[in-house]
Design a protein around this ligand. Structure first.
Ligand code: MG
Length: 162
């Protein structure tokens, strides 16, 4: 059996005018924010699902159900910390993350360094082991029409040696 396990995560949230935009743990000035039970940080949610999937665990909806009032407004960095912890309890350590955010606006590049610093602290891996890219949807579909943002992520786990 391989010592390595790969996981895939995906998430999408609707944009609304009455919420603060939080991506990768960073509050970003923007006229819209993402709607959701938690802070709706779709980038962090995709990363969490990639980690949980690599460990063979159920998704974040299982661990943090959006019907549970305890998780209302939860900071998604807590979700990431718990996901890494759950993988660790299965004997896996996180090696690296790569993620792509799909958003028509705003520009993400000015915030990448802050996102990587926050994610590094939550995930317990160096910032250089965290990849984040952003792309627009070229005006196509709901994401392109600024009605939603989505994110894809992969995570690599390695069986921890005793
Ligand atoms: Mg989500």
């Amino acid at each position: 059996m391989s010592a390595f396990r790969i996981g895939l995560g995906y998430d999408i949230h609707r944009l609304t005018s009455d919420r603060t935009l939080i991506l990768g743990g960073v509050t970003i000035p923007h006229e819209q924010g993402l709607d959701g039970h938690s802070d709706a940080d779709c980038l962090s949610h995709a990363i969490a699902d990639a980690i949980l999937g690599a460990a063979g665990l159920p998704d974040i909806g299982h661990f943090f159900p959006n019907t549970d009032p305890r998780y209302k407004g939860i900071n998604s960095q807590e979700i990431l910390k718990e996901s890494v912890q759950a993988a660790s309890e299965r004997g896996y350590r996180l090696v690296n993350i790569d993620a792509t955010l799909i958003a028509e606006a705003p520009k993400i590049a000015p915030h990448l360094k802050d996102m990587k610093a926050i994610l590094s602290a939550s995930l317990g891996i160096p910032a250089e082991d965290i990849g984040i890219k952003a792309t627009t949807n070229e005006g196509i579909d709901d994401i392109g029409q600024k009605r939603a943002m989505a994110a894809h992520a992969v995570a690599l786990l390695e069986k921890a040696t005793a």
